[in-house]
Design a protein around this ligand. Structure first.
Ligand SMILES: Cc1ncc(COP(=O)(O)O)c(C=O)c1O
Length: 436
């Protein structure tokens, strides 16, 4: 690792005495009231007032009829995916997944929890390339995927870093192919999209919707997630599956495979205490994004983009992408990286190392799923067609792979709610020095 603290380019910059985080929990004290109440009344299990209230309040905020509180967002995504698969293909035998032999079109630049449930259910994820406009699923690539695999009926769509994808286009494409959507709004709680002339929250758009209260999210329960729906039947089914699929009988009786996925009333207490601060957190994250945009405007970088006409992100993470001609040489293998320092240029690895040296936490862009070794054999579709097996010793390759390109040139900046403007200015200064 380069010695940034004695590098003359960084002269006069002091390391932060306490770490500036990427996105850490922001507690307000009110959480304690509901957690204490759960303990004082002995309702600490997976039933209780905090769960009921949290479900009621979140469904009201997001605009769905029902919410089912679960142990985490991954559990919500698993049950949402299974529900969609059962609707499309029927119930599977207990030892088999509901997606056996089926393909599912999936967001590519996302956290693996979005799409792993496809594999849990024995399905094959087909990764759909990312678009530069929003860094989310490319509608053009999705169209192409339906040309290549016309029998596909399920799409898993994530909203990266709190920025909504192009849901209008994606819904239209899915409707014309009779496909259902599992919406992963884990990172985008509170973000909105314009549907016609109506603003709709992410988490209310899909046929099956999921959110997360993981410790790094816009509000947190320390853990937790929710399944959101307008269908009472789907809500009841998810509630049943999440509590081991018990039947109405005096003994443990099971007609279906079950899971232990329900949220605890203690976790729900933390979420309940956070809900009143959702708007405040979003406003703070937006101010952080705007301060970066202004402070970095003289550098050869751009902030993570969003559709200003049709979306209102929650600005969960601020990110930047370096212009191609300002990229210093850099390589990454599966675990390590190397970069060169060049005047007027930089690289995500250099900036992330510099931030770390001064005690601030950034992170590489989520590495696209089609580049992950575990999914190396899964199809990957770009707007031009299959993105796999296109290289040739004798023919120059000009494959467009937006996700890989954003991963190569982009990074997530420290975006913590509790970061002060002074701390952020110092981070902006460190980034400037990287380009000196
Ligand atoms: C896009 C996305 N989907 C799903 C998850 C999983 O949520 P959880 O950690 O609550 O299981 C996360 C993050 O944690 C995420 O960022």
């Amino acid at each position: 690792m380069h010695d940034f603290l004695s590098d003359p380019r960084f002269k006069g910059i002091e390391p932060f005495s306490s770490k500036v985080w990427l996105s850490s929990p922001t507690m307000h004290g009110e959480e304690r009231k509901w957690v204490d109440e759960a303990i004082d009344t002995n309702w600490v299990s997976t039933v209780g007032k905090n769960i009921d209230e949290t479900e009621r309040q979140i469904s009201e905020i997001v605009g769905t009829r029902y919410a089912v509180a679960l142990s985490n967002g991954t559990a919500a995504l698993h049950l949402a995916t299974k529900l969609a698969a059962e609707k499309l293909y029927g119930q599977a035998r207990p030892e088999k997944g509901t997606l056996q032999g089926k393909r599912v079109f999936c967001s590519d630049t996302t956290f693996d929890a979005s799409i792993n449930p496809v594999a849990y259910e024995d399905g094959e994820a087909v990764f759909i390339d990312t678009e530069y406009d929003t860094w989310n699923m490319s509608p053009e690539a999705l169209k192409k995927a339906f040309e290549l695999y016309p029998d596909t009926r399920l799409v898993v769509l994530a909203h990266l870093y709190g920025t909504p994808g192009k849901v209008n286009e994606i819904r239209k494409i899915c409707t014309s192919h009779g496909a259902l959507i599992v919406e992963d709004a884990a990172e985008s709680l509170g973000a909105e999209v314009k549907l016609g002339n109506k603003w709709v929250q992410t988490g209310a758009f899909g046929d099956y919707n999921c959110i997360s209260f993981n410790g790094n999210k816009i509000i947190t329960g320390s853990a937790g997630g929710m399944f959101l729906t307008d269908s009472k039947r789907d809500a009841d089914k998810v509630r049943k599956w999440s509590t081991q699929s018990r039947e109405r009988a005096p003994w443990y009786q099971h007609e279906e495979i079950g899971y232990n996925y329900r949220m605890s009333n203690i976790i729900a207490g933390v979420v309940r205490g956070q809900i009143p601060y959702l708007k405040q957190h979003i406003a703070r994250k937006k101010a952080i994004w705007e301060r970066y945009e202004k402070g970095l405007s003289d550098l050869p970088v751009r902030m993570n983009p969003w559709d200003r006409e049709n979306s209102r992100p929650n600005f969960w993470l601020s990110c930047l992408i370096i212009d191609e001609d300002a990229m210093a040489p850099t390589v990454r293998d599966d675990r390590e990286y190397l970069y060169q320092t060049q005047s007027g240029k930089s690289s995500p690895s250099e900036i992330l190392e510099a931030l770390s040296a001064f005690n601030a936490e950034g992170r590489p862009i989520w590495k696209p799923m089609h580049l992950q070794p575990i999914y190396r054999m899964n199809p990957f579709v770009t707007p031009e067609g299959s993105g796999r097996a296109l290289t040739d010793a004798y023919i120059p390759s000009d494959v467009t792979d937006a996700g890989a390109d954003i991963f190569r040139r982009g990074l997530c900046l420290p975006s913590d709610n509790k970061m002060t403007p002074e701390q952020q200015d110092r981070i902006i200064e460190i980034i400037h020095r990287c380009f000196e």
